[in-house]
Ligand binder design. Structure first.
Ligand code: FES
Length: 193
């Protein structure tokens, strides 16, 4: 993006992020298509603060950008054990249909999910047990591209935002990698909404 447009976009964002004029200008400044290579796509996502802004502005963001269904009622959840990098295990109850990032947001686990499920980062990388991994559908090309950038990739690695909780996962252990590659230069984490 030319420097003048970048400056305009930044100024508009800082000025009044919810005004219709800013939303319209942000939409005009957005590139039409995501780049095809993983690195270019990751950089594109970082440069697109208007992506989430425009989707939130009229409360029309898709369900995939929201958290999950909250905590299940007692006895109705799927038990998941999350193994943190320091070896601690946290056991939680998850809803069928929520994804692993939803669960992480609900229980404040250490999954960063920097791109908020846009499949444009690898910070939701999780390592599954083999039998669970084998029952899932194969990751698509976008997910594989981002997995290639994940720290500590294993044969059973997946992006947490692409894995939905199923009843068959009851009792499984999901391992969080010892590190992730953060796209946010200030190290901040997204806030669930
Ligand atoms: S949150 Fe970025 S790819 Fe899953």
């Amino acid at each position: 993006m030319p420097a003048t447009l970048q400056t305009l976009a930044t100024a508009a964002r800082l000025a009044a992020p919810r005004s219709p004029a800013v939303i319209a200008s942000a939409a005009l400044l957005r590139p039409i298509a995501r780049p095809s290579t993983p690195l270019a796509r990751a950089a594109w996502t970082c440069a697109q603060p208007s992506l989430l802004l425009t989707k939130r502005a009229f409360h029309s963001s898709p369900a995939s950008l929201h958290g999950g269904k909250g905590r299940p009622k007692p006895g109705e959840g799927v038990t998941l054990h999350f193994k943190r990098a320091n070896g601690e295990i946290e056991t939680v109850q998850a809803n069928v249909g929520d994804d692993i990032v939803d669960v992480s947001w609900e229980y404040d686990l250490d999954i960063e999910a920097a791109c908020e499920k846009s499949v444009a980062c690898s910070t939701c990388h999780v390592i599954l047990e083999e039998d669970v991994y084998d029952k899932l559908e194969e990751p698509d090309d976008d997910e594989n591209d981002m997995l290639d950038l994940a720290f500590g990739l294993t044969d059973t690695s997946r992006l947490g935002c692409q894995v939905k909780v199923t009843k068959e996962m009851d009792g499984t252990t999901i391992t969080l990698p010892s590190a992730t590659r953060n796209l946010r230069v200030d190290g901040s984490k997204p806030t669930p909404h």
